[in-house]
Design a protein around this ligand. Structure first.
Ligand code: ZN
Length: 122
């Protein structure tokens, strides 16, 4: 019980994007859509007063305004996501949530069911 716990909160958005820096002919250079899965990983000790690490509801509240910026949008039109790779989307979310979620360890983006990008790792 003295060990840390790991929590994960999953979110999903439907968004369009194109990757402008890729060479002509690359399929991701054209506008296309993804059902992005976003996973926030938090690590911390148990709060003995409540018996949990953090309220999932608080995580949802931090994510709500961000999701409204990127869900059902063209990601390239969002400030800071002009080149919306999974890597840069993970950074974009991490930078906007870390101050409000001190236990946040990383943000994972799955742009397809078979790919996963996590930031940061060490
Ligand atoms: Zn894509």
């Amino acid at each position: 019980m003295g060990q840390a716990f790991e929590l994960k909160s999953h979110f999903q958005i439907e968004s369009a994007r194109f990757l402008p820096l890729l060479p002509e002919g690359h399929p991701c250079k054209s506008m296309h859509g993804h059902s992005f899965k976003i996973i926030l990983t938090l690590r911390g000790p148990l709060d003995p007063k409540v018996g949990w690490v953090q309220d999932y509801h608080e995580i949802n509240e931090v994510m709500r305004p961000l999701l409204s910026e990127i869900d059902h949008r063209v990601l390239n039109e969002v400030k800071g996501l002009e080149n919306p790779t999974s890597e840069l989307l993970a950074v974009w979310i991490y930078d906007r949530t870390k101050a409000k979620l001190p236990l946040l360890k990383s943000v994972t983006i799955m742009e397809t069911p078979t790919t996963e990008c996590t930031y940061p790792v060490n």
